[in-house]
Design a protein around this ligand. Sequence first.
Ligand code: ADP
Ligand code: MG
Length: 364
Amino acid sequence: MIGREMQFSPETIFISYSRADGRLFAESLERRLESEAGIRSWRDLKSIESGDIRRQALRAIEQAKHLVLILSRRALDSDWVRREWTHARMVGRKVSPVLADPTLKRGDLPGWMRREEVYDIADLERWRMLVRVLEGPGDSRRVPYMSGILTEDFVPRPAEYAALKEAVLAAGINKTVAVTTALWGAGGYDKTTLANYLCRDQDVRFEFTDGILRIEIGKERDDVTGLVVDLIETLDPQAKPPGFQDVDTAAEHLGELIGEARLLLVIDDVWREAQLRPFRRGGPNCVRLVTTRLPQVLPASHRSVAIDEMRETEAASLLSANLPVAEHSAVRPRLVALAKRLGFWAQMLSISAVFVWATMIGLL
Ligand SMILES: Nc1ncnc2c1ncn2[C@@H]1O[C@H](COP(=O)(O)OP(=O)(O)O)[C@@H](O)[C@H]1O
Ligand SMILES: [Mg+2]
């Protein structure tokens, strides 16, 4: 035990494993790293004394230099182990998978791992290679998780949200086609807000292990080349500014860069088919989530989630955000009546909420 306040030098390696079937392997790896290479490592049980073990483990990953992932069957099934390597990739720590179970095949591994070195350290050459990697810098590209701005007074819309989430995650099961999920409805009905909320969802972040990217298009934008280039630079920060002549060349490059990656690409506020087209190239494992008012801009194969007016209770909560008396029995029916007159329209309700509030505190 290191002590109540966890301390470890930045040289420390974080070892992520499943206790169910990877513990012995993890312990012996830890000893071997220390005795043969002088590399110190950190495992949860040994180094934590008390408190919220999971939160501490995530902090430890942020402070560690590398994450070594012990590959066993249970580790691959474990949500927690997955959380650890997702977190490492999100904060830009290098993840080095080490094979503990020789019966595992490449096909058992998530996509990003198949593209990484996997070390079978029974082989001395591979062991030396792992040690060299762990002695080197552990910074790696942060997997981007963009999410856009979310209003402070966000009112959840459980039914629509569940439908949206299901559509995006179900698109995820189909590994061979790019499925476009579309969220449509008139302006100010909550499409962007729900999409932004989805980007923050842990389950969604878990699913999209190569990240979540987000762009805003808008009615006035005729040329989307700049947005394509932004995405290229996010996915490949080493890339020299490419100076693409035209949107097609840029789009082709983006498609190649996405490759097999398990990405969610949120394309917000599309008005014309030509604005969407450059983002639809390649990427069989990439799910595109489009928000638009105009279903005709969408590809034939899309799945739609329709967003309409809010439910009475949702509308009343939005209208009464920050109101101390909102639950008061005399106030509630009047809020509902006002919400009804505003057509349960999210944007209008949110604007009106300010007036309701101002009236209540006597400004108007
Ligand atoms: N669920 C919600 N909770 C709180 N405010 C919301 C919600 N949905 C929408 N709004 C308000 O309405 C505005 C417009 O919503 P938005 O999601 O941008 O609409 P759309 O993308 O459909 O045009 C938001 O900026 C916000 O102020
Ligand atoms: Mg919008």
